[in-house]
Design a protein around this ligand. Structure first.
Ligand code: BT5
Length: 288
């Protein structure tokens, strides 16, 4: 999770209206499908998630755009979606790599009634919405790698990037960014070879991005409404967690921690049982 409330340059805040209704032709790959606002909204059975859509053919990062929309009064559930990102972000300054038109690259703007410490609940919720959408559309089994990786057969097919805006201790907004490899082969990228996968690679056929996105938005809204009523997603999240019972090493911002994975707690901390029998909750770090 990245914490920052820096303001964005003005040009990043402005939305080109032509792009809002823009129409993209994806003639260069097999699955002819447009992710335009009209098509996304058509038949989308949500109350507010994805009901306002900001669409770009190409943009730096949908998370950055979503954050910039807060000052413009964008409503809860605003969806910022792009066919291509020129500066797609992962956590801790890392990059999200994806070719145009072959995956899902989007962010949701939310104003949850949560404390800062509780924000990882939204990351877990988003991961669950991704998993349920993938499973219902494709039948593929989805697991998670703590804290934010979406895995299929042990390889990364997607990731969640949750960013917040805070004033002092108060949480002003949360942007949940999701990147998912749908219809391309990430092993073509040397940096990702052997570590990443996509739905089409696993299935041997292409998948409707529109159907996936719509289901994901519906699951996300359902989960979000329950979360606001006090629902805690960590047990269901843990049931999909890879490495449970395994011994792992977690690289922390400073130092490292070793232990057997027990699960995650209500606020998303990874619970490790150390050799001495004590249990520690890790809130930030990377499972090696
Ligand atoms: C993530 O970060 O996995 C979060 C990715 C979130 C991307 C979405 S796209 C829409 C929204 N707008 C943004 O700008 N971002 C969000 P992290 O756990 O730090 O993982 C990043 C690492 O995953 C990289 O260092 C690569 O090793 C790997 N990676 C990059 N692109 C990948 C891909 N397409 N598939 C699988 N792995 C990838």
């Amino acid at each position: 999770m990245a914490y920052s409330n820096r303001s964005l340059p003005e040009e990043e805040l402005s939305v080109n209206p032509a792009m809002l209704t823009g129409c993209l032709s994806l003639g260069y790959y097999g699955f002819m499908e447009e992710l335009t606002p009209g098509r996304i909204r058509e038949g989308l059975a949500t109350e507010f998630v994805g009901q306002k859509i900001v669409y770009y053919e190409s943009i730096g990062s949908t998370n950055e755009v979503a954050r910039g929309l807060v000052d413009k009064g964008a409503p809860e559930g605003t969806l910022v979606i792009a066919e291509e990102q020129t500066a797609g972000k992962g956590r801790l300054g890392r990059r999200w790599i994806a070719p145009a038109g072959m995956g899902l690259l989007f962010s949701l703007l939310l104003y949850p009634d949560l404390t800062l410490k509780q924000v990882p609940r939204l990351t877990m919720l988003a991961s669950l919405a991704v998993a349920e959408a993938i499973e219902s559309v494709t039948g593929l089994a989805v697991r998670f790698k703590w804290p934010n990786d979406i895995l299929i057969r042990g390889r990364k097919a997607g990731g969640v990037l949750t960013e917040v805006g805070v004033t002092g201790e108060r949480l002003d907004y949360v942007v949940v960014g999701i990147g998912l490899n749908v219809n391309w082969n990430p092993s073509q990228v040397p940096e990702l070879a052997g570590k990443a996968t996509s739905l089409s690679e696993e299935l041997g056929r292409e998948v409707s991005r529109l159907e996936l996105l719509q289901r994901l938005l519906i699951y996300m809204e359902g989960g979000y409404l329950r979360l606001q009523e006090g629902y805690l997603p960590h047990k269901v999240f843990t049931s999909r967690l890879a490495d449970v019972g395994e011994k792992v090493e977690v690289v922390l911002p400073r130092g490292k921690e070793e232990g057997f994975v027990e699960g995650v707690d209500a606020d998303g901390a990874l619970l490790l049982r150390r050799e001495d029998g004590s249990t520690v909750g890790v809130t930030m770090g990377e499972v090696a």
